[in-house]
Design a protein. Sequence first.
Length: 98
Amino acid sequence: MVDVVPLARGLLVLMRFVVFGLTLGITLISFQAYQKRQTDRLQYAFLGFAFISMGVAITSVITQFGADAGPLVRIFFQLTETVPFIIGFSMLYVSLYR
């Protein structure tokens, strides 16, 4: 019989790569748009997507390595992975609000 846990972990890693690839794609598209028309809105959108991509990458890494950490270290990791999302979504908010 096939052990399901390694298969599920492999699928989860693959899905995280897909999410990271999609965020990098959006970041690249927003950078290209900013290069064509250098407006403040597009600059903030690019920076927002860049920080969100960074947050996705940090979340994936921390999830892999922080699973065996103590509770205080896990809270620190979770705080660390939340900061890029806060910055990224704030930049997107600014780009849409202006």
